[in-house]
Design a protein around this ligand. Structure first.
Ligand code: PEP
Ligand code: MG
Length: 579
């Protein structure tokens, strides 16, 4: 039995599937004359297989996400059919007597540096396509092909050193029963996405990849962060009944669906959902979300290879969101790429610290046309419902001014094209960088609302990488510095009479709820599955009482003390348990 961080609840049993090891080194090998034919045959086979995979991937994406999405694979297939390219590889093998992997690498390197020289972002993006196709051929050349994101071919539980959000977004969810990784933290985007997709996951196990073999039977409990390798029958039965109890509990909690989230002393809290993918809109509504507090729209950009969605594609998605949610609001975050989401952005050189680098609004200012396309789509969709814009990673006032200027530019364009939009669309900021938290009083004068992104605020305030398992013990939402910071942000919003929401993972945490109510938050946005439990707790708490408790909590000096205090209060308030 191994223990890690249960990052996405649920119990799964299945065969272990070993995910590819990132960055496998492919060595140079000189081949004998009589090996040339065999090497060339290996190349032909790998190309043929890659083509078949791409065609089936194209069909699958076309069915799931539409023809426009699927078109990106055409460029990849064309590359595999390009005789000039393939001949360049063949010739290297023949003339230099080298193994095909190395010949492939040489041609790839030449192409990538060629694309990088262009000053044109479109051409630079094509370098990413080359990389994608090349990796596919390399993996199909392998004598013992390992799994990769696109070719999950059987049902099971994935074991990997790490899984990126884009890899998870591409996997066949019908085959993926769950996953387990060495790396990762609770608020890593992979964890967030797993919860949204309801895929049980345990992460941060350090060395699970060396403890599990392909084909081992695995049992994972994402609620408790437990992984059992080759469990016996008794354990399997025990966990199956746990799974049933867990499902019954979920049904029980959903009975609050029709009831409002109102405290004993009458304060109404808007409970909203954070979503990443359009498929989740229905789940948000089924769990009685009163709006979308955060739509992480960058997941639209995490495709098999980085290719930009068109304005029309983005517009159609946002319109669907606006129409389905109406009259409730849907808060759309402008692109937050970078950090642990797509840190190999096209046209952006490698960064040593992607979380401190060209992420989110910073990337949007650099790639203004990408930003403008998104804003155009967003404004156009605002004519169909109640949309709000939220800007991520704002560190100071100038960034708000700059974003507003670009928004005005887009509004004028639309206006001159006689396209309808909501000219008074609310614009808010995510308070998730310490500098923004410290000037919340100044920022409050500039925007229509705040939403506190504690996932990042904790990471940056405590200087602890949210996805690094080695320092996850320091990632403490109840740290007095976080609570003080939240208090200042909420007080600043109240002083300037703008609504304040919280959309980090903390919003779905029952113990933290006491603090959030006591501080005066108006709106909480969380994973849709957490809404019923949080609503039940809100209905049995009074704001007045939580305010008193917060006064006591402000005097405590460590996260541990705060946690003990909250758990003790909760167990007194809910002697039968609250989960
Ligand atoms: C946050 O940082 O708290 C947040 C809500 O955004 P994300 O987790 O996507 O960074
Ligand atoms: Mg964030």
């Amino acid at each position: 039995m191994l223990r890690g961080v249960g990052v996405s609840p649920g119990i799964a049993i299945g065969k272990a599937l070993i995910f590819k090891v990132e960055g496998a080194v492919l060595g140079h090998r000189t081949i004998a004359d009589d090996e040339v034919t065999r090497e060339l045959q290996r190349l032909e086979k790998a190309i043929k297989k890659s083509k078949q995979q791409l065609v089936s991937l194209k069909n699958k994406v076309s069915k799931e996400a539409g023809k426009d999405f699927a078109r990106i694979f055409d460029a990849h297939i064309l590359m595999l059919e390009d005789e000039v390219l393939i001949n360049a590889i063949r010739n290297l093998v023949k003339e230099q007597r080298i193994n095909v992997e190395w010949a492939l690498k040489e041609v790839r390197d030449r192409l990538i540096s060629l694309f990088a020289q262009f000053n044109d972002e479109y051409m630079q993006d094509r370098g990413i396509d080359v990389e994608d196709v090349w990796q596919r051929i390399q993996s199909n050349l392998s004598l013992n092909p390992t799994l990769n994101a696109a070719n999950l071919s059987e049902e099971g539980i994935l074991i990997a050193p790490n899984i990126s959000p884009s890899e998870l977004a591409q996997m066949d969810k019908k085959l993926l029963r769950g996953f387990v990784t060495d790396a990762g933290g609770r608020t890593s985007h992979t964890g967030i996405l797993a919860r949204s997709l309801k895929i049980p996951a345990v992460i941060g196990l350090s060395d699970v990849t060396s403890r599990v073999k392909e084909g081992d039977l695995l049992l994972i409990d994402g609620n408790e962060g437990v992984v059992i390798v080759n469990p016996n029958l008794t354990l399997i039965q025990e966990y199956e009944s746990k799974k049933r109890r867990y499902q019954e509990h979920e049904v029980e909690l959903l009975k609050t669906k029709e009831l409002p989230a109102v405290t004993l002393d009458g304060k109404r809290i808007a409970l909203m959902a954070n979503i990443e993918l359009p498929e989740e809109i229905d789940s948000a509504l089924q769990h009685a979300a009163e709006g979308i507090g955060l739509f992480r729209s960058e997941f639209l950009y995490l495709r098999p290879s980085f290719s930009l969605p068109s304005e029309e594609e983005i517009f159609l998605l946002y319109r669907e969101l606006a129409e389905k949610l109406t009259p409730y609001p849907a808060t759309i975050r402008t692109l937050d790429l970078g950090g642990d989401k797509m840190n190999n952005l096209p046209g952006v050189s490698h960064e040593a610290n992607p979380f401190l680098g060209l992420r989110a609004i910073r990337f949007c200012f650099k790639r203004k046309e990408v930003f403008k396309t998104q804003l155009r789509a967003l404004l156009r969709a605002s004519a169909y419902g109640n949309l709000r814009i939220i800007l991520p990673m704002i560190s100071g006032i100038e960034e708000i001014h700059q974003a507003k200027l670009i928004l005005e530019e887009v509004k004028e364009e639309l206006h001159s094209e006689h396209i309808h939009f909501n000219p008074r669309i609310p614009i808010g900021v995510l308070i998730e960088i310490p500098s923004a938290a410290l000037i919340a009083d100044l920022l409050a004068k500039e925007v229509d609302f705040f939403s506190i992104g504690t996932n990042d605020l904790i990471q940056y305030l405590i200087a602890v990488d949210r996805s690094n398992v080695n320092v996850s013990y320091l990632y403490e939402p109840l740290h007095p510095a976080i609570i003080r910071s939240l208090k200042f942000i909420v007080d600043s919003a109240k002083k300037h009479q703008i609504p304040v929401s919280l959309c980090g993972e903390m919003a779905g945490d029952p113990a933290a709820l006491i603090i959030l109510l006591g501080l005066g938050l108006d709106e909480l946005s969380m994973n849709p599955y957490s809404i019923p439990l949080i609503k039940r707790l809100i209905r049995s708490l009074s704001v007045e009482e939580t305010r008193r408790m917060v006064r006591g909590i402000m005097r405590l000096t460590t996260a541990r003390q705060v946690e003990e205090y909250l758990l003790e209060r909760l167990s007194r308030m809910f002697p039968e348990g609250y989960l």
